[in-house]
Design a protein around this ligand. Structure first.
Ligand code: TNX
Length: 514
């Protein structure tokens, strides 16, 4: 009721006056009952509402304060998304003051965080300011999350001020495309969802015992043989290097970095089945379509293996503009400890030779690694402690909170529960800040292993809504997080998830709208 009245009194003024004259002077801190800001995930650093709204109408203009290619692409992204959502086509104009405008301004904010942005939304204009195009892109996601459709058929955005920046620079999710393969078209949909929740890294688990999923031109049998099946004996699949470049580019336009992983020296049966020389046993392994782990290894004392690893890292690094190369390193149960350490030490140098920072699962911290390498903590806190001693940085993926392949509860139709059930609440209600007191944590990542599903619907069922909570944990500071309040914002996400045909688990713990 209040909303409708405000629209009537202000829309007339917006048309005739270019001023802030109908902006309420009442400033108040956000509460859940106020118009609009309770739709945001991740929750911003600070929000204040002025209890009115900006209307998106046919006159809407997007104005960019410079014509760099990067900012032009960001402006175009906003235009495309606005049109998808509202059917209204904004014009993109050079910078001039005028009503009904969305201004995107690059300037120095108080914060030096590259992803920081500020939104100043009045009834006449919306100002998005940021240090970089990346910050502007994050702010655009906030704008998209704020758009409401009123009962009277208007598209509006609540007025007020938002100041925002992420707590962690690395907010990621991992998808296992080895146990089951997911192609480029599907991954584009997934990347769109990640961008909407301000996730900025997508780690792709590109090889494992069951499948090798990326073309390596100098070792073509990896995909020809190693890419030909999956868990359960399905047809598998792989990305050509052209496919991979397309994916990297699509993600980069959304300021998401692809982190490629080749899992070694264990989890390597697909590679050794393709090139038996790599396992040093004079036997040719069969392709593997089961779910066991820890039975395969490269021959860590073979020069051919290092020539192979060099080629693989060189070819993938050449098409991966991001700073990281993930070498796996988990569960090498049949590799002798000394051989394992020798292998990881040598591979770290190869990664560095191609200009990348090495990431490995927690186990790699046993090797003599450089402080520039990163350990991804999943289990084994004592090995994470070794990484901290080596001044390495950490990515947090504690299995008991972030493993999206775990069942939600005993009724979940598929999934593992080796670490326990992970409900929507359990995935959200913890503090990454408190995991390793002395650790230098660059961020948090939720892995999704794919042994137990093969369709996009089931992938989405496992990822959503838990991944949305992980996105908030990576962005929002501890003092701004609270499960009971988050639950209400999460319920609101049903509109977005349904509109985009995302098959989320409608957990009975959340009061979803009808
Ligand atoms: C452990 S987490 C693995 C994966 C499995 C996963 C299943 C990690 C580094 N290794 O190989 O897919 O458990 O939950």
């Amino acid at each position: 009721m209040i909303l409708k009245k405000a629209i009537l009194t202000c829309s007339v003024l917006t048309l005739t006056l270019f001023s802030n004259s109908c902006t309420s002077s009442k400033h108040s801190t956000e509460t859940n009952s106020q118009l609009g800001f309770n739709t945001l995930i991740p929750k911003p650093l600070s929000v204040s509402s002025t209890d009115s709204h900006f209307t998106i109408d046919e006159a809407i203009r997007i104005q960019l304060d410079n014509n760099s290619t990067e900012l032009s692409e960001v402006g175009l992204f906003l235009k495309t998304e606005l049109e998808k959502r509202t059917g209204i086509s904004a014009s993109i104009k050079s910078f001039e003051v005028g009503p009904s405008s969305m201004y995107i301004i690059i300037k120095n904010l108080d914060s030096d965080n590259p992803e920081a942005y500020e939104l100043d939304i009045t009834e006449n204009a919306l100002y998005l300011s940021s240090n970089t195009s990346e910050g502007a892109f994050r702010g655009i996601q906030t704008i998209l999350q704020l758009i409401h459709h009123t009962d009277t058929g208007d598209w509006i955005i609540p007025t007020g001020m938002i100041k925002d920046e992420p707590q962690y620079a690395y907010r990621g999710t991992m998808l296992d495309v080895s146990r089951h393969f997911f192609g480029v078209d599907y991954l584009k949909k997934y990347i769109d969802i990640l961008a909407y929740y301000k996730i900025n890294h997508l780690h792709l688990h590109l090889s494992d015992d069951q499948g090798w999923r990326i073309e390596i031109k100098s070792w073509p049998l990896l995909t020809e043989i190693g890419g030909s099946t999956d868990v359960g004996g399905g047809p598998g699949g792989f990305y050509t290097q052209e496919d991979f470049k397309e994916l990297v580019e699509y993600a980069a336009q959304r300021f998401i970095t692809i982190v490629p992983e080749i899992d070694m020296p264990g989890h390597s049966n697909a590679a050794t089945a393709s090139y038996p020389i790599l396992n040093g046993t004079d036997t040719t392994p069969e392709l593997y379509t089961g779910k066991k782990v820890g039975f395969s290894t490269f021959d860590t004392r073979s020069d051919t293996v290092y020539a192979f690893v060099d080629d693989v890292i060189r070819e993938i690094s050449a098409i991966s503009p991001g700073p990281y190369f993930h070498v796996g390193g988990d569960e090498s149960h049949v590799t002798e400890d000394a051989d394992y350490i020798y292998f990881i030490n040598r591979v770290e140098k190869i990664v560095q030779k191609y200009g990348k920072r090495m990431i490995g699962w927690t186990e790699v911290a046993q090797a003599d690694l450089d402080s520039t390498s990163i350990a991804q903590y999943w289990v084994h806190p004592e090995k994470a402690a070794m990484a901290i001693q080596k001044n390495m940085q950490l990515i947090l993926s504690p299995a008991e909170r972030t493993y999206l392949d775990m069942k939600y509860d005993s009724l979940s139709p598929f999934g593992y529960n080796w670490i326990g059930y992970i409900s929507v609440e359990h995935a959200y209600d913890w503090n990454p800040e408190e995991y390793f007191e002395d650790g230098d944590v660059i961020g948090i990542e939720a892995p999704l292993w794919s042994e137990n599903f093969s369709t996009a619907d089931s992938l989405e069922f496992m990822a959503f809504p838990r991944l949305i909570g992980i996105a908030e944990l990576g962005w929002t500071t501890k003092s701004n997080r609270n499960w009971m309040e988050y639950k209400e914002r999460l319920a609101h996400q049903a509109y977005y998830l349904r509109r985009n045909n995302i098959n989320f688990f409608a957990s009975p713990d959340i009061d979803w709208p009808k």
